[in-house]
Design a protein around this ligand. Structure first.
Ligand SMILES: [Zn+2]
Length: 351
């Protein structure tokens, strides 16, 4: 899922997103509840109407974004008190309020509110956050069933699995979350300070305890390598700002590895960004031109690199789906990893 934080995937129109192969995108409850406000969006017909996007939208619950406000947050059993990053105004997000906002937005998939934590954290605090997440899941799901979307259709509800950095706690939390009647599961609170190996052992502990017939969504992670590792681990849905944020910093993901378009090596390059890509940027433009646009601060550079990166991600996922259907995921992942090398003198995951 490309990330449309403010109700837009920065720089792309709905037809760009369709051309890139986007089937579903993510939008952020936290940002939209503060601005322009979920009541206004409901009165304008909901988020699909507002964005002119007729394919699915998943909204997060706002829990993680509120947590990342650091220092301005007070978690109580009732909900989370925080101050708006826009104007410092006091705000409150409870499980019920999060579901109301998501119903106003009219997303196709709403996610329950969780108590997210950053690692490292002591075991008692991790358990407390996990237990609170279970109570909030119950409250979120109960309240969501009383709400109506602007379009009158039933929202699918995903429950978040937390459990901190302990695989046994993760497994227990996943088992207990799986008792709820919900449509799918979101695995939250990963990639928050632990190593990659720890991330995957935590994800696997959760996935193994979740029912195989309901989708699993891994929240907020997604280098190309993460996607392949996550799919192999049993994850179905991902969201990540990397393809769009990195594009604006001049970083393209390509089938050969990351390309930093600012690099002087591209000054005279008449190659496309990625010869294996069919997006408009790769079909029309040379690296030399895109480098020039980026260095000149032209908005077309941001737009074209974003279009390319989203296309690259969607193509990767489409090919993974086909490989799964052929029963051939592991050789596909190996082939991608061999071709996808660090080049250009750039780290694969710039901040
Ligand atoms: Zn491209």
């Amino acid at each position: 899922m490309p990330v449309g934080t403010q109700g837009t995937v920065k720089g792309l129109t709905p037809s760009d997103l369709r051309a890139a192969g986007t089937r579903i995108l993510l939008s952020n409850t936290y940002h939209l509840m503060l601005r322009p406000g979920s009541g206004l969006i409901r009165s304008l017909g909901g988020l699909h109407r507002l964005m002119a996007w007729d394919r699915p939208i998943l909204t997060d619950s706002g829990g993680y974004q509120v947590l990342s406000l650091k220092g301005l947050v007070n978690v109580r059993e009732e909900g989370v008190e925080f101050r708006s990053h826009l104007d410092g105004a006091p705000e409150f997000l409870s499980p019920e309020r999060s579901m109301e906002v998501q119903a106003d937005l009219g997303s196709d998939i709403a996610v329950t509110l969780d108590h997210a934590v950053l690692l490292p954290l002591d075991a008692a605090a991790q358990r407390e956050a996990g237990e609170r997440t279970l109570r909030w899941t119950e409250r979120s799901l109960r309240h969501a069933r009383t709400l109506a979307t602007p379009g009158g259709y039933r929202q699918l509800l995903f429950a978040i699995v937390q459990g901190g950095g302990d695989p046994a706690l993760r497994r227990e939390m996943a088992e207990r979350t799986a008792h709820h009647a919900c449509d799918g599961f979101a695995i939250g609170g990963l990639s928050v300070g632990e190593t990659k190996d720890e991330t995957w052992s935590l994800a696997r502990a959760a996935v193994e305890a979740l029912p195989p017939d309901r989708p699993r969504y891994l929240m907020g992670m997604g280098t190309p390598r993460d996607l392949l590792d996550g799919i192999a681990c049993g994850i179905d849905l991902f969201d990540c700002v990397l393809p769009t944020r990195n594009a604006r910093n001049g970083m393209a993901f390509t089938s050969e590895g990351p390309v930093n378009i600012r690099n002087a090596a591209h000054t005279r390059s008449d190659r496309p960004l990625d010869p294996r890509c069919s997006c408009e940027a790769c079909a029309l433009f040379t690296r030399a031109y895109l480098r020039h646009l980026h260095l000149a601060g032209e908005m077309l550079a941001h737009r074209m690199l974003t279009l390319h990166n989203v296309t690259f991600y969607q193509t990767l996922m489409e090919a993974a789906r086909r490989a799964i259907e052929r029963g051939d995921l592991h050789s596909y992942a190996r082939e991608c990893t061999e071709r996808y090398r660090e080049r250009d003198g750039d780290p694969p995951e710039p901040a």
